[in-house]
Design a protein around this ligand. Structure first.
Ligand SMILES: [Zn+2]
Length: 168
């Protein structure tokens, strides 16, 4: 059941993109997968979301081609986790832009509530969604970390579509 009317056939590419990336839960699910947190129970715990809401967003992101399921061994049991596809990884600048814009304009309710976009190469926070504003390098998931003190004292290197942990 769709969340609302289908915008996937709109003539404007911004509207077609927002059909997928305009949904807050879907974007937060992508955030979790970029953080390497692609297992259902762990995502559910972090997002504090109902099973039905998470199930629907995951199915939508798989159907749209941004995520895919990958098997992993859970103590002898095979289970599924969600990983980024190249299409999903390409959404990184969108998530970065929303974050950078919010850091600039919206007050954070606590010191733990910030999220900074870090270029892993030079270790500096950037104020541009797709380029490091310190050294000019183009940002990809392989060279970007996100720093949220609610998760870790250190920036966390992002997951990539290949599923490999990038070298810091
Ligand atoms: Zn840099």
């Amino acid at each position: 059941m769709p969340l609302r009317s289908d915008w996937s056939q709109r003539t404007c590419s911004m509207a077609r993109g927002l059909d997928i990336l305009g949904d807050p839960w879907s974007v937060l699910v992508l955030r979790e997968v970029f953080f390497g947190n692609g297992r259902f129970d762990a995502m559910k715990a972090r997002l504090e979301v109902a099973d039905s809401v998470l199930t629907k967003r995951l199915a939508g992101l798989v159907e749209s081609g941004l995520l895919e399921k990958k098997a992993y061994d859970d103590g002898g049991r095979t289970r599924q986790e969600y990983v980024l596809t190249p299409m999903g990884e390409d959404a990184l600048p969108v998530l970065n832009a929303v974050t950078i814009w919010a850091e600039k304009h919206l007050p954070a309710p606590s010191a733990q509530a910030h999220l900074y976009v870090i270029h892993t190469g030079c270790g500096k926070p950037t104020t541009s969604a797709d380029t490091c504003t310190w050294c000019g390098e183009r940002l990809t998931a392989a060279n970007t970390s996100w720093h949220s003190r609610s998760r870790s004292e250190q920036p966390i290197p992002l997951s990539t579509a290949s599923g490999k942990e990038p070298a810091a």
